[in-house]
Design a protein around this ligand. Structure first.
Ligand code: NDP
Length: 491
């Protein structure tokens, strides 16, 4: 990577320098710039959206037969796979995740394009039951220009999850990646160009969310926003959407409970809880960040968990064995440290972690050790607010009623984990817990074929699943009159 080079951005298919401020994407493991680019300006946003609207109306993409659009998206999946190692390394540099994780994210992005290509070519409109002398149908149409606004924690996967269904549905897509992780959206746009997505249908506009993201959201030609990010930003976007009468999907934050019962397979539960909170360094909306353990096994379980957390390999994201890489920015690490300090001030005790790792390797990166805090109650601040880092709060529970009340006592309702060998109990809790996604005797397993989303402050709408494509389409009902006689109105 040439540090003197300024990367072009994609404005309605034209690759040129953005007109906003120049900035660098920094490698979180060292703080060094890995690529320079100019952010988009407001004028770039205008050009991208009017260009996208023009391409939507004139390129014929939405009018192509579904299997023809699908063929292009299959090619996107194939190109992602052909370049998978390059993309995984680039994403590692852009956001500091361990290479094993970025490889998985790249594979998931390819799978997402493949899945929505298949959804596109197999999607059916509906003939609805006739209730009069009309043949009645329900069909779907592309919306026009749609926007995808994504966070920094899993770039290529988040962007693919929005771009693939939006393109499959026949739309033009304007992508606003997180300011600090712009590279993967740009790579995907290049691949889409090469695969044959018509010019102008894709724009990638890096820059500050409060400026560029806002300008995209309020734009009258943008017909839908699919947003993944923090709850307060999501609420802000929902207000704008209400004014525009624009549909939105919002994938927001979480503070997900994991419940471990006495009858659980404890080897599996220890491994699952560690993975649930500490993979992705806890920078995950579905992180299992609140742990409830049956009081009878609480002490021994936490002891095993703390030993397991202390043994996790924190280190260089380029090393295949690394389990936790650095956090995204120094500022984000400051916020995590401040949450841990709050937990301690409120009476919490640190069982493991609670500090930065020491040693030369860690001096320049934003590292933080996997941390377990106990001695707090569910109503305290660090048990209620999303920390978005490698910090687990652990609490004992005494009975089922008390447990479900605590698990559901959160503004968030994104995910939950249940560890028990009793399938009836798993069913009871699986139904009673308020969450968009429930894992039973496993955690953080995701599939593109299964809808994903949250309740309450964790969001609105669903992504993924075959019907995910419909989020990017308008539904239209058609009535074909079959009556030989005029309507009675005529006399
Ligand atoms: P933010 O909400 O700060 O940012 C998300 C995206 O929105 C970024 O591209 C950001 O730009 C942009 N943005 C910021 N302000 C505005 C605005 N006013 N209008 C339009 N766009 C805006 O979240 P983070 O980047 O901090 O991501 C972490 C959050 O994302 C966590 O809360 C996490 O739970 C949530 N998340 C949810 C997931 C889910 O599927 N439920 C998955 C992954 C993360 P900029 O980069 O400039 O800030």
């Amino acid at each position: 990577m040439n540090p003197n080079e300024t990367l072009p951005i994609c404005i309605a298919g034209n690759w040129r320098l953005g007109q906003g401020d120049r900035y660098a994407s920094l490698y979180p493991a060292t703080g060094e710039p890995i690529a320079w680019l100019n952010a988009a300006s407001i004028a770039d946003v205008e050009e991208a959206i009017s260009g996208a609207d023009h391409a939507f109306r004139t390129s014929g993409w939405a009018q192509r037969k579904p299997h023809e659009r699908a063929a292009v998206l299959y090619r996107v999946a194939q190109l992602i796979r052909e370049r998978s190692e390059y993309l995984a390394q680039r994403q590692r540099l852009d956001n500091g995740k361990p290479i094993s994780e970025t490889r998985a994210l790249v594979a998931s992005a390819a799978g997402t394009f493949q899945f929505f290509a298949a959804a596109c070519e197999t999607m059916e409109d509906t003939i609805t039951p006739m209730r009069g002398d009309n043949l009645t149908m329900s069909v779907y149409e592309a919306m026009g220009v749609v926007a995808a606004i994504t966070p920094w924690n899993s770039p290529i996967a988040s962007e693919a999850q929005k771009m693939a269904p939006a393109l499959a549905a026949g739309n033009a897509v304007v992508v606003k990646p997180a300011e600090v992780t712009p590279l993967m959206a740009l790579e995907l746009a290049k691949i889409c160009d090469e695969a044959g997505v018509p010019k102008g249908l894709i724009s990638v506009l890096p820059g500050k969310g409060s400026v560029i993201g806002d300008a995209i959201t309020v734009h009258p030609l943008v017909r839908r926003v699919s947003f993944t990010g923090g709850t307060s930003t999501g609420k802000h976007i929902a207000h704008i959407a209400a004014d525009k009468m624009m549909p939105v999907s919002l994938e927001l934050g979480g503070k997900s409970p994991t419940m471990v019962f006495e009858d659980a397979d404890l080897d599996h539960a220890v491994a699952g809880v560690l993975y649930g909170i500490f993979s992705s360094s806890g920078e995950s909306c579905i992180a299992g960040s609140r742990l409830f353990v049956a009081r009878g096994i609480y002490a021994s379980f936490i002891e095993r968990l703390a030993a397991g957390a202390a043994a996790l390999r924190v280190g260089d994201p380029a090393d295949e064995r690394t389990q936790l890489g650095p956090l995204i920015t120094p500022r984000h690490r400051d916020s995590i440290e401040s949450y841990v300090a709050t937990g301690v001030a409120d009476g919490g005790q640190i069982r493991t972690g609670g500090t930065r790792p020491s040693g030369e390797l860690f001096e320049r990166g934003n590292y933080y050790l996997p941390t377990i805090i106990e001695g707090l109650t569910n109503d305290q601040r660090i048990c209620q607010e999303e920390i978005f880092g490698p910090v687990l709060v652990a609490m004992p529970f005494d009975n089922e009623e008390d447990l479900i009340a605590q698990a559901n006592d959160s503004v968030y309702a994104l995910a939950a984990g249940i560890w028990t060998r009793d399938y009836k109990k798993a069913w009871r809790f699986g139904r009673a817990v308020q969450a968009g996604n429930v894992w039973i005797n496993t955690y953080k397993q995701l599939s593109i074929s299964t809808p994903f989303g949250g309740w309450r402050d964790s969001g609105l709408g669903r992504e993924k699943g075959r019907l995910g494509i419909l989020q990017y389409m308008e539904q239209k009902s058609m009535y074909w009159g079959l009556n030989e006689e005029p309507l009675p109105w005529a006399g």
